[in-house]
Write a protein that binds this ligand. Structure first.
Ligand SMILES: [Fe+2]
Length: 145
């Protein structure tokens, strides 16, 4: 499997797991910022599932086979799942922040591999995702400041 394909599949697997993890924090958040964070995490899981679909469909356009099972995703993912435990709003912001930092790094890695093979459409997709994670990380960091 070529480097770009491996990185794209990593992306799909990680977003599949992050999607579930964002539901976890959406459900198990508590505290004064409950409403805002409950909504924010919902926006995030809606976004990552769209992104997962976009990346998987890009792989199919390239003749590659994206992971399409939870079992398969769990074998590949580097995202650490969390158990069913209530936690404070800002603590869960930190949890999401850590995962978004990882995803930003992975986005840049995918972009680099796509650049190496001159795959401009994938570079464009990753540029869009980079801007998203940079903006959200700015907001998450400001929330925690
Ligand atoms: Fe909900």
């Amino acid at each position: 499997m070529a480097n770009l394909e491996m990185k794209l599949n990593q992306y799909v697997a990680d977003l599949m797991v992050v999607y579930t993890k964002l539901h976890n924090v959406h459900w198990y958040v508590q505290g004064k910022q409950f409403h805002r964070m409950h909504e924010l995490f919902e926006n995030y899981y809606d976004k990552v599932t769209e992104d997962m679909d976009e990346v998987a469909e890009r792989m199919l356009q390239l003749g590659q086979k994206p992971v399409a099972s939870l079992k398969g995703a769990l074998e590949i993912t580097k995202i650490e799942e969390r158990s069913e435990e209530y936690a404070k709003d800002l603590d869960l912001v930190s949890v999401v922040k850590k995962d978004f930092e990882y995803l930003l790094g992975l986005t840049l890695e995918v972009k680099e591999e796509a650049e190496k093979v001159g795959d401009d459409p994938t570079v464009d997709i990753m540029n869009e995702f980079t801007a998203y994670y940079q903006k959200e990380l700015w907001m998450l960091n400001s929330t925690l400041a």
